[in-house]
Design a protein around this ligand. Structure first.
Ligand code: MAN
Length: 351
């Protein structure tokens, strides 16, 4: 399979994004949702900003205080034994007690980037969707967009100390949004909604994270109205000793092909190496898997994919197919957005 990476990758880098928050720097512009709107390519970027650090001995974090309706900064001593600093993405409170509170090392929100050629983007100065509720105190992440008629359904993970859940808003103009509430309760993420009704029902892939027993795997759910989801079924699981052995989640909104619905999903190992793979679902019943690729279609190989804030990550939230070519936008190393093209027939042949 030939994966044609853009020679200017990453096409969007965090350095090109002006910080929006006082006292913060942009450390990531990545995992972007994709839409076509008024002849332009729109990316809804996940922007991660972090407080500029004041000293080596402490970590300054920020979060949205929903009661005071403002962002707050908080300093944590790096030798504070209550906290686990081993994952650069979070500061986990290990002590289960009243008021225990974990933080993320950056706060994410969504910002629009527009392009006429799909490669060169102009990025808005201000956020499009910014944390504003008690479910979003630690940020909003990893959006996807499903267009149905003239309406664009935007859904993303809301992160707070209540857990990670999936929330949805609707827009017709990429200026105003109508909030539609939480569509999947904690812990659930990596939701992708199919772009049309199938047999009279909407379908969404999603990724619950069971805690007592079970694994982070891909489920499929149905809805009549895009807001209330049910008849949940487990669609596909982890594969031991493989590139998708520890965690899998849907990536891009499914692409309709003559052979079936093509879903590009991510799989990770215990070492947090994220690759992209492909699965083909039945056109008239997407709860049926026709074929799942043994090998990934993309692995972190280039330096911008192996190095960065959180290296060895390729992660897509949006792809489209044009003239037999799959155009893939993908986040690299939780830092930037890259672009690649793969022939649809190459992926289907593999499947
Ligand atoms: C999780 C999410 C993604 C992120 C990967 C890798 O799946 O937080 O946003 O890209 O981890 O860090």
């Amino acid at each position: 399979m030939i994966v044609l990476r853009n020679k200017n990758n990453p096409i969007i880098r965090p350095e090109a994004v002006k910080p929006y928050l006082d006292g913060c720097e942009v450390i990531g512009a990545f995992n972007a949702a994709l839409a076509s709107f008024k002849g332009e390519t729109v990316l809804l970027l996940r922007i991660a900003e972090r407080p500029v650090q004041k000293s080596k001995d402490q970590l300054t974090v920020t979060f949205y205080n929903h009661e005071k309706k403002r962002l707050e900064m908080h300093d944590i001593c790096k030798d504070d034994e209550r906290y686990d600093f081993s994952d650069e993405r979070e500061v986990r409170d290990n002590v289960k007690r009243d008021g225990s509170f974990s933080f993320l090392t950056s706060i994410s929100y969504l910002r629009i980037a527009r392009s006429c050629d799909g490669i060169h983007f102009e990025i808005d100065d201000k956020p499009f969707i910014f944390p504003s509720t008690e479910y979003e105190t630690l940020g909003i992440e990893d959006p996807r967009i499903t267009q149905i008629g003239d309406e664009y359904y935007i859904y993303f993970t809301s992160v707070s100390n209540y857990g990670i859940c999936e929330e949805m808003v609707r827009t017709t103009d990429f200026e105003h949004i109508e909030r539609m509430g939480i569509i999947f309760s904690p812990e659930n993420k990596d939701v992708v909604i199919f772009p049309e009704k199938i047999g009279g029902k909407y379908y969404a892939l999603n990724r619950p994270v069971p805690k007592a027993t079970g694994n982070p795997e891909i489920w499929i759910s149905e809805s009549q109205n895009l807001q209330y989801w049910g008849n949940h079924k487990r669609l596909m699981g982890l594969r031991p000793k493989s590139w998708d052995s520890t965690r899998i989640g849907a990536g891009a909104v499914p692409i309709k092909t003559p052979e079936g619905w093509l879903e590009i999903y991510h799989g990770a190992t215990a070492e947090n190496r994220y690759c992209l793979g492909a699965v083909l679902l039945d056109l008239s019943d997407p709860t049926k898997i026709i074929s799942r690729g043994k090998l990934p279609i993309m692995e972190p190989e280039e330096s911008y994919e192996t190095e960065g804030f959180f290296g060895n990550v390729v992660f897509t939230c949006g792809a489209l197919c044009e003239n037999g070519m799959v155009r893939l936008y993908y986040g690299v190393s939780d830092s930037a957005v890259a672009y690649a093209q793969i022939k649809l027939s190459d992926i289907l042949d593999m499947l």
